[in-house]
Design a protein around this ligand. Structure first.
Ligand SMILES: C[S@@+](CC[C@H](N)C(=O)[O-])C[C@H]1O[C@@H](n2cnc3c(N)ncnc32)[C@H](O)[C@@H]1O
Length: 416
């Protein structure tokens, strides 16, 4: 995971030490990149790391042993460079270069983090990327009890929210078979956003971008457990995901209409039907989830995440939001969420929507006024507020060992 996250830098460094980079065999290049990671970022004694990776190269390409030895030895200063950058990041006296070296992320992403979030939050993000993401499970069936997770040795710790447990021992997850018993992995911030999307008791709910249905299931379970499950309609452009979501709803015994369709043409499936809660869980860069998906960092083209109107992804997000807004009933809510850490996909999309024709019928709504608050106990309400569910926008605050970076904005329809 670490080598994938820092792949671009490691590759450039390795290739700068090779006379004819184009003649490097792919398997040798990969072994050298992995070796560069171990030398630069892990605590293995450098001599041991060099000899292990020379052996690895030798086992695939004996001719390249001499080259590997020379390149890996020349990489040894990387360790002190990374340690130096890490200590400046910890002390808060960081530059974009330090952030790049410490996190492994491309320069443009580090520059955007620094610009948008400042040095303290950027430092937390950079240092957090080197750690494994925490694991939570949500119980999508009503008899899901903490005892099941305890018996499985997962060391669950209840959060002050209904139906989510943090796992002290996630390594047991695979062998525990709890995923076949109605539990499902979910990030804490994503779960909180799912809670925010619960409609008023008996109210109808539309989700655009339902994916495999994880958030929709959380919302439906909570509504159903309170005896107030209204009409749930979910749309996604991926046929495969819709099938999986259908299957999961059926197994949970929860009724919902799951539609395979284009979110920018909802009329084709919904006519002029309106809902009390419309939730756009938008396709996005996923830059808030790079601890779990390190390949995002170097696969993402910065030009795809410029402001709406200038880049494909924010433009798609804006169009999905505009189309979904046509299906919100008066006084109903329109929620917009991403797992992006970039304002171009978050606040800027909401601002572009509000300044357009469709957005003129909406105003910002308080997150702590959403219908779910009246359906939760005081501890859960306080927990949501403490985590940032107040005002009209939520953006996960980066904290050590905290959840992924998610974003949510709440709007209310004020004109028909
Ligand atoms: C963030 S994911 C959804 C996660 C999901 N809501 C959950 O809780 O697991 C975004 C989803 O948007 C879907 N999507 C992408 N483009 C779309 C479009 N034009 N119309 C409808 N859905 C789209 C993707 O297939 C993907 O499942």
């Amino acid at each position: 995971m670490g080598a994938t996250l820092a792949k671009g830098h490691l590759e450039a460094r390795v290739l700068s030490l090779v006379r004819k980079p184009s003649s490097l065999e792919p398997r040798v290049r990969d072994a050298l990149i992995l070796g560069a990671y171990e030398i630069g970022y892990l605590s293995t004694p450098i001599g041991v790391a060099v000899s292990q990776w020379v052996d690895a190269v030798g086992s695939t390409s004996p001719r390249a042993i001499g080259l590997a030895n020379a390149v890996l030895r020349k990489l040894s200063p990387l360790r002190s460079e990374v340690l130096g950058a890490r200590s400046r990041v910890v002390q808060g006296t960081l530059s974009v270069d330090d952030l790049e070296l410490c996190s492994g992320l491309p320069e443009w992403l580090c520059a955007r983090f620094l610009d948008e979030r400042g040095s303290e939050a950027s430092a937390t993000i950079a240092l957090g990327l080197a750690e494994a993401a925490p694991a939570w499970l949500v119980g999508v069936i009503s008899d899901a009890r903490m005892g099941v997770l305890e018996d499985a040795g997962l060391e669950p710790k209840a959060e002050a929210l209904p139906g989510i447990w943090r796992l002290g021992n996630p390594a047991r997850l695979e062998s525990s078979h709890v995923l076949e018993r109605g539990f499902c992995p979910e990030d804490l911030s994503a779960f909180e956003i799912a809670l925010a999307s619960v409609p008023k008791p008996g109210g109808s709910r539309l989700e655009v971008g339902v994916g495999r249905g994880t958030k929709a299931l959380v919302a439906a379970t909570l509504s159903s457990e309170r005896g107030a499950l209204g009409r749930f309609v979910c749309v996604d452009a991926s046929a495969e995901r819709v099938l999986e979501a259908r299957d999961r709803f059926a197994r949970a015994g929860l009724p919902a209409t799951l539609v395979h369709g284009e979110g920018r043409d909802l009329e084709a499936h919904l006519g002029d039907e309106r809902f009390s809660m419309v939730f756009v869980d938008a396709p996005c860069s996923g830059t808030g989830t790079m601890r779990r998906h390190p390949e995002i960092a170097w696969n993402l083209d910065p030009s795809s995440v410029e402001a709406p109107g200038h880049a494909p992804l924010p433009q798609l997000q804006l169009e999905l939001l505009e189309e979904a807004s046509r299906h919100v009933e008066e006084d109903g809510y329109l929620l917009y969420a991403t797992c992006s850490a970039l304002r171009e996909e978050n606040g800027q999309v909401v601002e572009a929507f509000l300044s357009g024709e469709a957005g003129s019928r909406f105003e910002r709504a308080g997150l702590d006024e959403l219908p779910v608050f009246a359906q939760l106990g005081k501890d859960a309400q306080d927990r949501l507020k403490a985590d940032g569910f107040f005002g009209s926008e939520f953006s996960t605050k980066p904290v050590p060992e905290g959840p992924d970076l998610h974003y949510l904005a709440a709007l209310r329809r004020v004109h028909a």
